[in-house]
Ligand binder design. Structure first.
Ligand code: NOJ
Length: 532
């Protein structure tokens, strides 16, 4: 058992600030709203909140287009509100992780305004400007993550600038040491205020191929609904370049200036073989590169079993694992896996080895909300309508109670509230021992109380069909986790002689049940068995 830091023991809870709690009645969540709900997070038992961006922004990408990295957008409050939130979180033993967006700024950022002023601007090279290709078109074939080319023509200065995301999000040139110095100072600004870590947005994109070579076609890509045209090319030159690891090492160095306790989490969607490289050589990379396999894989026991084993095998020595079940960019687990699987998913997330990250609302079973066309907000959906890319469905207001707008706002919410909010809400589930929220809370409690579950070893168990099973062990205790990811009854033939007691089940009636050899699981059922 090797764990020693809070971010290894702890559980991270992601707050999407627009949608968590609105204190001023303008229909958009804010920092004062988050502060008002800290007691809920403490009650739930999580250890840290990661807050998605609240910096000044034109909101083309809802805050991921930053126009001032060291401020608070008035929509979310003031710096005094931030300081109060941080102080009150810390007073409750909750850590605070901020989003750090190094790859790009808003086009409205003063740096970019200056950069695009003229080819001779002292900040010209702070962004990535290129002449047209010989045919007058864009410099290469790279595609933007949100549709179309990654290059935007600037008529006034006769060059293209690069934007991996929206045209309102020009990419910074991290090969320029002045850019790096300015952006590393942003980390210091927030660490000086006392934040406990950063989640680094799109970090693999920060460095691009020096020669700007074309990305090759992806031979596996098939166009169609739910297929992202961004995947039609293999993004081998537009990101994930070897030099990015030096940049991350320098970011990590800034965190280290503040002691060993501040965490660096990288947002990296990539094959697990590539992902693990982001731990960095000699621990100079991310404390953990976010592992999105539970978000990207089909909800299939065999696929997930294979992925967990492979990930465990590939982790470099000393690397700490982590698991994510949902976030503001992907459809909610209750929708992807189906409502009947939400309890199994909770048990999986909270019993695997490594730090779990929970997305707000998943703990009460919030699902994707269908957004009528006239209420669509997300630029991704607006650019590529109707193929399922939009992220509004998973960003709808948190459901606190059964009052109007689920207690989220007294105004008009920026996205519609789910229709079933009178059933699915914190207030109702809090006092119901059978609710999903109660299950989450008990799982968190058990994970915290049992070193085997938060720090212990992971051992796969052979299973068939829809059953996923593994053993977690440490400090003299062994727990068998058996989950049925399907709708039919299944059984797990455990090793001969296996016996134990169910300490926690998705179905509370089973708690305390004795187990001998075989574990029978109804559809959507999971158990944690303390082995004798
Ligand atoms: C990843 C963020 O999670 C997503 O919401 C955002 O649109 C892009 N990066 C661009 O910053």
């Amino acid at each position: 058992m090797t764990e020693s830091f809070w971010w290894q023991r702890g559980i991270v809870y992601q707050v999407y600030p627009r949608s968590f709690m609105d204190a001023d009645g303008d229909g958009v969540g804010d920092l004062a709203g988050i502060r008002a709900r800290l007691d809920y997070l403490r009650w739930l038992g999580v250890d840290a909140l990661w807050i998605s961006p609240f910096y000044p922004s034109p909101m083309a990408d809802f805050g991921y287009d930053v126009s001032d990295h060291c401020g608070v957008d008035p929509l979310f409050g003031t710096m005094a509100d931030f300081d109060a939130l941080l102080a009150e979180a810390h007073a409750r033993g909750l850590r605070v992780i901020l989003d750090y967006i190094p790859n790009h700024t808003a086009a409205a950022h003063p740096w970019f305004v200056e950069s695009r002023r003229s080819r001779d601007s002292p900040k010209r090279d702070w962004y990535i400007w290129r002449d047209p290709a010989p045919d007058g078109g864009p410099p290469n074939n790279w595609r933007s993550a949100f549709g179309g080319s990654t290059w935007e023509w600037d008529e006034a200065t006769g060059q293209y600038y690069l934007h991996i995301f929206l045209r309102e999000q020009p990419d910074l040139n991290w090969r320029n040491p002045q850019v790096e110095a300015a952006m590393l100072d942003v980390i210091r600004f927030w660490l000086d205020r006392g934040v406990d870590g950063i989640r680094v947005d799109a970090v693999q994109n920060v460095i691009k191929d020096e020669l700007f070579r074309d990305n090759p076609p992806n031979p596996e890509y098939v166009a169609g609904p739910g297929r992202d045209p961004f995947d039609s090319l293999l993004r081998v030159y537009s990101g994930d370049r070897p030099e990015v690891h030096d940049v991350i090492a320098r970011m990590r160095g800034v965190l280290a200036e503040y002691g060993p306790d501040r965490v660096l989490i990288g947002e990296i969607y990539n094959r697990v073989e590539r992902l693990v490289a982001y731990y960095g050589e000699g621990g100079r990379g991310c404390h953990f590169p976010y592992n999105f396999q539970l978000v990207t894989l089909p909800w299939d026991a065999r696929a997930i079993d294979a992925a967990v084993r492979r990930y465990e095998e590939l982790l470099p020595p000393g690397a700490w694992p982590n698991w994510v079940l949902g976030n503001h960019d992907r459809h909610r687990i209750a929708t992807r896996a189906g409502a009947a699987q939400a309890r199994v998913a909770a048990m999986l997330l909270l019993t695997l080895r490594g730090t779990p990250t929970l997305y707000y609302g998943d703990e009460i079973g919030m699902h994707d909300v269908e957004i009528p066309p006239e209420r669509v907000q997300d630029p991704w959906e607006k650019n590529l309508p109707g193929i399922g890319m939009g992220r509004d469905p998973e960003r709808t207001p948190m459901q606190w109670d059964d009052s109007p707008n689920a207690g989220f706002t007294t105004g008009t919410p920026w996205l519609p509230v789910a229709e079933d909010f009178t059933e699915v809400n914190v207030q109702r589930e809090r006092d119901d021992p059978r609710s999903l929220l109660s299950l989450y809370r008990r799982l968190i409690e058990l994970r915290r109380a049992e070193p085997a579950l938060h720090a212990g070893a992971y051992e796969p168990v052979e299973a068939k069909g829809d059953v996923l099973a593994y053993v977690r062990s440490g400090e003299g205790r062994r727990f068998l986790v058996a989950l049925n990811l399907g709708a039919e009854t299944q059984s797990l033939e455990a090793r001969r002689g296996t016996s134990g007691t169910v300490v926690l089940s998705t179905n509370p009636e089973r708690d305390g049940e004795g187990v001998e050899w075989t574990v029978v699981l109804r559809g959507g059922e999971g158990v944690v068995v303390r082995m004798d």
